[in-house]
Design a protein around this ligand. Structure first.
Ligand code: PLP
Ligand code: GFP
Length: 811
């Protein structure tokens, strides 16, 4: 770096004057300017949505300033960078999060109120960016927030799907899917980089007219840190036809077809695959993966080459994190570039690849592991297939030296699986075979083989969530209360300070204020429930929530059967006994993958049961059941602060981690849970006595699977299943398969856990009656949630996995 250039940059950093001002008057001027000139509405006549647009553009301007400075600073310092590759991000809304991280929440609110608008109302105008399915995708979003806040030189890469996760609409209790065209009204949070484009080539040497000429165009989303000026980049790629595309057709005069063909290129990034756990054989899915990988790797290598001409230093400057196996073609892609384009000898290239990549595995459910048919890979990416064969050949040779000719194990561990019908590439073995592997939960069968041979390559990391979005943004009154009692806001960056609440947990003043905050949040949730479903709920009832993707292993069915049991008990009680019942509002929400029949039936059952219960005057306020449709990040932000109890009741051994649990915990909601994934660690942190734990432990599960169905029967369970089977809630034929599954096979062990589930529910009722005890437990939950911040997770990654240091923009 020349002294002259350095001096120039320094001078630039001193020009602090150019920053936009953040006082309410300056903000107002900017908002009105954007309304008039960007949104093109008269500043004398604009509505809430247009005010939201004006405000968002004003906030975006402030983000851009910081973002430019951060990028320039990173360029100048040239630290080792972390590139986070994920096919999914569940970002939710950006406005509130941005102004909190920028530290201009109050100024914006005041500016708006002087203009006659209310900040909360405008924030509601924004739609969710739902470019992901569930936990894995929301984790990426939390980690990006922490990477920015902790000043790490990080880039997130992803795909800019035109259609995000489908919208869930409920008609007559059945789920229907509708497209989510989230970009309909524009997206102020992204910056289109028309000049940052890369060609992506499919089909090797073979000429194919449809997709051969695709270009990836970058859309940058600035991600601000909290309490720092650092603002990092989430770069999402969109597919566009390249200018050279199909010149032949133009030249031969087939103009209309040539234009139509061009449009096909855009389909690559048009839609997010809903999580149906069976991507196998889907050509478009493979195209998306490669499109994403190719563009990201070209961009990363271009940036590296801007300041380095020797690839041997790549591992000192670049770390690449694969979020699950979805982007694992990146390994073959980097090999291809090093060997074919940079003329590296194979072993030297492979050595570099092994040093720069690491990957995180998020699932223990084996159908979740992706496999690609070899013929598909061979036709779409022939050179990559050759490279993968070579990687596998070398790997199997090395394996033979370690374990001899144990063919069973060799074939289990081989990257290429030869089945009776198909030959498949096993994504997970491609990444397992050499890279550093991060597990967020227990090991699956496949990884164990690898772990036994290379334990040093495996790391364990507890997931985490960001307290900025999940307390500061979504629960502002709790945020203020915590800061008041801790005497500082420092916990927002240093969440371990929350332990300071422990010493006040028994203080009656804190307890009173804590209860008041919780009540106000419950009120907000109750209003939402009433507006959405017409059901009026009592604020004195315990709000019992289970919101997450609908899946048999997450056992929403256990919850619904438990509700049926509660209903049945109330119905059969004497009037005098009913007075002792603790009133409950049971709240469920979540999407079922469109092709997942059992999950869709569970949603319908929930509605059928709700209809019966909510209309029953014998029951009244003692029990209500509501299903909140279209669960997404914004719904979670509303529901979590209003929950008294939340359920995380997966069959032990099947939830790798779980992060919803952490968000409820931070918000002082008590957990009713099996000992599975994150709930085990949560109980270590806050003490099992502050939760309601139940059910079989992981080590007990195999023996339970061995038992005959009859030997597992719990009488209460048999009774509630019979009620469903006999048509007590209608739709007898439709629910038959659900009943058959839990009675004949019961793979997810609902029957054997039912008894202890009911006991845990009874313990929760008992604790709720003693509000002082409940509030203390609630305070202790928040106080013990520090370990579950994504700041902690990211620090561990930086230190133990990526070897990177913070790089803080100096003003
Ligand atoms: N989906 C959304 C919208 C979320 O906010 C979260 C986490 O809070 C999840 C899914 C994951 O939830 P869980 O870990 O409970 O499955
Ligand atoms: C997956 C796992 C969860 C885990 C998250 C994040 O979530 O147990 O908490 O990844 O690591 F199943 P889904 O994407 O499957 O919801």
């Amino acid at each position: 770096e020349s002294a002259e250039r350095r001096a120039k940059v320094e001078r630039m950093f001193e020009m602090m004057d150019r920053f936009l001002k953040n006082d309410p008057i300056s903000l107002q001027k900017d908002i009105l300017n954007h309304v008039e000139y960007t949104v093109a509405r008269s500043r004398f006549n604009f509505d809430d949505f247009e005010a939201y647009q004006g405000l968002s553009h004003s906030v975006r301007d402030r983000l851009i300033e910081r973002w430019h400075d951060t990028q320039l600073y990173f360029k100048r310092k040239d630290p080792k960078r972390i590139y986070f590759l994920s096919l999914e991000y569940l970002m939710g809304r950006s406005l509130s999060n941005s102004i909190i991280n920028l530290g201009i929440r109050d100024e914006c609110a005041e500016a708006l109120s002087q203009l006659g608008f209310e900040f909360e109302v405008l924030a509601e105008q924004e739609g969710d960016a739902a470019l992901g399915n569930g936990g894995l995708a929301r984790l990426s979003a939390c980690q990006i927030d922490s990477l920015a806040t902790m000043d790490y030189p990080a880039w997130g890469y992803g795909l800019r799907y035109q259609y995000g996760l489908f919208r869930q609409v409920i008609l007559d209790g059945y789920q229907h899917e509708q497209p989510d065209y989230w970009l309909n009204f524009g997206n102020p949070w992204e910056i289109e980089r028309v000049h940052v484009t890369y060609p992506v080539k499919f089909y090797g040497a073979v000429e194919e007219e449809d997709f051969n000429g695709v270009e990836a165009v970058a859309y940058d989303n600035p991600i601000p840190g909290y309490g720092t000026r650092n603002t990092i980049t989430l770069r999402l790629w969109a597919a566009k036809p390249s200018d050279l595309h199909d010149m032949e057709s133009y030249n031969t005069g087939d103009y209309i077809n040539a234009v139509v063909n061009r449009q096909k290129a855009e389909t690559i990034s048009s839609v997010l695959y809903p999580d149906d756990r069976s991507y196998q054989g889907k050509e478009l899915r493979l195209k998306q993966q490669y499109f994403f990988v190719s563009a990201s790797i070209q961009d990363i290598i271009r940036r590296f080459k801007d300041s380095h001409d020797n690839f041997d230093v790549l591992p000192e400057k670049v770390a690449l994190q694969l979020n699950d196996t979805h982007p694992s073609l990146a390994i073959a892609e980097v090999m291809r570039i090093l060997v074919d384009e940079e003329n590296f000898e194979w072993n030297r290239a492979w050595d570099i690849v092994c040093k720069i990549f690491s990957f995180t595995t998020h699932t223990v459910v084996s159908e979740g592991l992706e496999k690609i048919p070899i013929d598909l890979l061979g036709s779409l990416l022939p050179r990559h297939l050759e490279i993968i064969y070579e990687i596998n050949f070398n790997f199997v040779e090395e394996l033979k030296k370690r374990i001899g000719l144990d063919y069973d194990r060799l074939s289990r561990m081989s990257i290429i699986e030869e089945g009776a019908v198909k030959v498949l590439l096993k994504h997970h073995d491609l990444v397992n075979c050499y890279l550093l592997v991060v597990m967020v939960g227990t090991f699956d069968g496949d990884a164990v083989d690898f772990y036994e041979l290379w334990p040093q390559k495996f790391q364990y990391k507890t997931n985490g969530v960001t307290q900025r979005r999940w307390i500061v943004v979504s629960n502002p009154s709790l945020c203020a209360l915590i800061s008041k009692w801790l005497g500082t806001e420092a916990w927002i960056r240093n969440v371990d300070l929350l332990t300071g609440l422990r010493e006040h947990a028994a203080d009656t003043n804190l307890q009173q204020e804590w209860k008041m905050v919780r009540k106000v949040n419950k009120m907000r949730l109750a209003e939402y429930i009433e507006a959405m479903s017409g059901v009026k709920v009592s604020l004195d009832a315990m709000f019992d929530v289970q919101i997450k993707r609908i899946h048999e292993y997450k056992r929403q069915l256990l919850n619904i059967l438990g509700i049926i049991h509660r209903y049945d008990c109330i119905k059969n009680m004497k009037e005098s006994d009913r007075r002792k019942v603790v009133p409950r509002v049971c709240i469920l929400g979540g999407k079922a993958a469109p092709g997942y029949e059992a999950a869709k039936k569970i949603i319908k059952l929930c509605h059928a049961v709700a209809e019966k219960i909510n209309d029953d005057s014998d029951v009244g306020d003692l029990l209500k059941l509501v299903f909140i449709p279209d669960y997404n990040v914004s719904v979670a932000e509303l529901v979590i602060p209003g929950a008294d109890l939340s359920q995380h009741v997966s069959t032990a051994g099947l939830e790798a981690s779980g992060t919803g649990s952490m968000k409820f915990l931070m918000n002082g909601c008590l957990l009713l849970a099996t000992a599975d994934g994150s709930t085990v660690e949560i109980s270590e942190e806050i003490g099992a006595e502050n939760m309601f734990l139940f059910g079989a432990k992981v080590h007990e599960v195999p023996a339970l699977h061995e038992k005959e169905p009859d030997a597992k029967v719990n009488l209460q369970f048999a009774r509630v299943v019979r009620m469903v089977r006999d048509g007590y809630f209608g739709f007898q034929d439709y629910f038959k398969s659900l009943c058959d599954e839990v009675e004949d096979n019961d793979f997810y062990l609902l029957g054997s856990d039912f008894g202890s589930y009911l006991e845990a529910q009874a313990a929760a009722d008992k604790a709720f009656v003693d509000q002082e005890k409940w509030t203390r437990m609630s305070i202790l939950s928040t106080a013990g949630s520090g370990r579950f911040s994504s700041d902690r997770t990211i620090e561990e990654y930086a230190d133990k996995t990526w070897g990177i240091e913070p790089c803080r923009c100096p003003f």
